[in-house]
Design a protein around this ligand. Structure first.
Ligand code: WT7
Length: 656
């Protein structure tokens, strides 16, 4: 098993048509329908989005302009008033959905809980009132650092309800990473839990929060709210820390949803880029609500009777858009799972599907590759006949993994939606619509209606069919990020200037390489910048390098990705040492640990290679291309004439 290469993908000719019974009942039920809707949207995008916003969402006040595009800054549904928590909750209470399961939670170890729409509404309102009592006001940022428990979704919806933008930080991030994010967002309150279950161990979340806040390192934080989850001993700082269940006592279960301006910030979510510290990706209310809603409905072909499960963590954008906001805005039943496969229970995912009769299942290629290794007897010994649609996200899926997913999990009857998108795009951009578009293993197929995707060169010209280029988006869309939190110039630079604007036409640069084939299908090839994709998690090489050089032993570090069968990519670090330090197995271990404590376990280098010097150009730029070759155990390819000192390369080769 390996990652797709251009060669292997060019040979991929298999085509899987949707079954007619699936198509017949699908929201978008034929290729002709897709093409018609796509062309309509392309001809008049504003009319297309306006009609959907009107029919699919509830607004407190209408907008007076659909799009205000001061490129690259967009405003959607200008002056419209809306609240996403209202659209996810209140509007489902005056019909039969009132007592429908909104959230089914399967926790560790063996815990479970189901919240109906009215129960979820009450919990969200109560917590919104708790936040208000702590003095949280519209516009104040709230950090959420939680395990995968219902309270994570409740906290998000409560923030949205009162207009306090949330910033969810993945529970696997370290105290350092948490501190940086809380500081950048200047969060007023942090919502966390005493701990979370990770396989059979406890992740000490509250302890990490204490570390992050120690020595008044995040002066904006006044209060910390703690859910009791694992019940291990933690310390509570008097005046600052409160138990969620204490503050909830006697608090009203009604809280009106604040009418938000369509362009009010809904959340900021940090993601890695090729330079510097993680960026705060800002999403606003109206456009994001519409985009997450309609993509969920059409791409997952969501019906009121479906049980839908996305295996992501709410700490990532996938969890925001496709566990919480998209499904709930549609009035769906969304499953949330705290667990992870482990030696004692390799079939736990399939147990969840069987237990709840999951119909729609959305996961990542890295998970699928892990399942393949675990053996097919695990899924085969469970009843997976409830499944009708499968999805993948996070990285290119290799055709072998696609075929396994199709056969073993989908029983050859379920369409697979391979969904390409990013934290920045807010929702899925390129994907099959499952009743309409035939799939090819490894291709995300076609752009969603209203999305003008292209493969271009660095001048912005469309490259010829089947030639590699950069994935780009030509027109603004409602779910797009609005800015980098606190740094609009960085937003412009990072996404809108790689491809020079032509006569005021700005093109969004996604940072991915891609190819479009003779049928207009997109094949996403992976990042073209210094961003790694480790198990579907995005990681900036610079972040790992800064973590390494913050260790006293390290003089210089260069980090590259090495292809990995399971994780997609693995972190390999080339390191030069300060004066008296000597390479050793211990030091290697210590450096790995150091990276984990600076960033989190997802960034742990698989390999540390000590070297006397790094290959650089005459202008001092590290030649990562060469390091990538070396890490992968390949011969160094391409031009090496710009290398300043050729002996560095020979030594690195010997070292390997
Ligand atoms: C990057 C975005 C938003 C989903 C979770 C990741 C890669 C994502 C696919 C796919 C090929 C994919 C891209 C993208 N990616 N989905 N279906 N096929 N590549 O969000 O952390 O913002 O990462 O993930 O490289 O740029 P993210």
């Amino acid at each position: 098993m390996s990652q797709p290469t251009i060669e292997s993908i060019l040979q991929e000719k298999r085509l899987f048509h949707p079954h007619s019974d699936f198509s017949q009942s699908a929201h978008i039920s034929s290729l002709e329908d897709y093409q018609r809707i796509y062309e309509e949207a392309k001809a008049d995008p504003q009319a297309f989005w306006a009609k959907l916003a009107e029919t699919e969402l509830d607004w407190f006040a209408p907008w007076d302009k659909v799009l205000d595009w001061q490129a690259p800054f967009a405003k959607w549904f200008v002056n419209g008033k809306i609240n996403i928590s209202y659209n996810c909750l209140d509007r489902h209470l005056n019909n039969w959905r009132k007592n429908k399961a909104a959230l089914i939670w399967e926790g560790e170890p063996g815990d479970s809980r189901t919240l109906t729409y009215s129960q979820l509404y009450r919990e969200v309102c109560q917590f919104a009132n708790v936040l208000k009592q702590l003095g949280v006001k519209k516009g104040d940022r709230v950090g959420i650092y939680m395990p995968m428990i219902p309270e994570a979704a409740i906290a998000m919806l409560a923030c949205a309800r009162i207009g306090a933008p949330h910033s969810v930080v993945f529970g696997g991030f370290s105290a350092e990473a948490l501190r940086d994010r809380l500081n950048d967002a200047a969060a007023k309150v942090v919502v966390t839990a005493d701990g979370g279950w990770r396989k059979d161990a406890i992740v000490p979340l509250k302890e990490q929060v204490d570390k992050a806040l120690a020595d008044d390192a995040v002066p904006s934080v006044t209060d910390v709210l703690v859910v009791q989850r694992t019940k291990q001993k933690i310390s509570m700082s008097v005046g600052r820390d409160h138990w969620w269940h204490d503050l909830q006592q006697g608090v009203s279960a009604h809280c009106p949803a604040e009418p938000m301006d369509s362009e009010d910030m809904l959340f900021v979510l940090y993601t890695s880029g090729s330079t510097g510290k993680p960026k705060g990706v800002v999403h606003t209310t109206g456009g994001y609500n519409l985009y997450s809603h309609i993509t969920t409905k059409w791409i997952f072909d969501l019906k009121d009777t479906d049980v839908y499960w996305c295996t992501a963590d709410v700490g990532w954008i996938t969890g925001h858009s496709y566990i919480v906001y998209g499904p709930l805005s549609n009035g769906a039943t969304t499953v949330m799972y705290e667990g992870a496969p482990r030696a004692s229970n390799l079939g736990c995912f399939w147990d969840v599907i069987e237990k709840y009769g999951v119909n729609i299942f959305y996961t990542a290629p890295t998970a699928i590759r892990a399942f393949i290794k675990m053996g097919e007897h695990h899924p085969k010994s469970r009843n997976l006949s409830s499944l009708r649609l499968l999805g993948t996200v996070g990285e290119p899926i290799n055709p072998e993994a696609w075929m396994w997913y199709h056969k073993i999990i989908g029983g050859e009857r379920c369409p697979i939606v391979d969904t390409w998108w990013q934290t920045e795009t807010g929702g899925i951009m390129i994907t099959p619509l499952p009743g309409a578009i035939a799939t090819k293993p490894g291709s995300a197929t076609k752009p969603f209606p209203g999305i003008i995707a292209d493969v271009v060169d660095l001048e912005g010209n469309t490259v010829p069919e089947n030639e590699g280029g950069y994935l780009a988006i030509r027109h603004p869309w409602p779910g797009m990020m609005r800015t980098v939190y606190g740094d609009p110039e960085r937003f412009r630079r990072t996404y809108w200037e790689h491809i020079p604007p032509q006569n005021g036409n700005y093109t969004y640069f996604a940072g991915d390489g891609a190819r479009k084939d003779e049928d207009g299908y997109f094949w996403v090839m992976g990042r073209v910048d210094d961003v790694l994709n480790v198990s579907g998690h995005r990681l900036g090489t610079m972040e790992v390098e800064s973590a390494l050089v913050s260790h006293p032993a390290v003089a210089e570090a260069a980090v590259v990705g090495k292809p990995d069968d399971l994780k997609g990519e693995e972190v390999v670090a080339f390191v030069t040492l300060e004066g008296s330090f000597q390479p050793s197995e211990e030091l290697s271990k210590e450096l790995k640990k150091h990276v984990v404590s600076e960033i989190g376990a997802i960034a742990r280098p698989g390999e540390i290679r000590f070297t006397d010097a790094l290959p650089k150009t005459r202008s001092g730029k590290i030649m990562r291309r060469l390091l990538r070759n070396l890490a992968a155990g390949q011969e160094v390819s391409g031009d090496t004439s710009t290398l300043e000192d050729r002996s560095v390369l020979d030594k690195l080769r010997e070292g390997a």
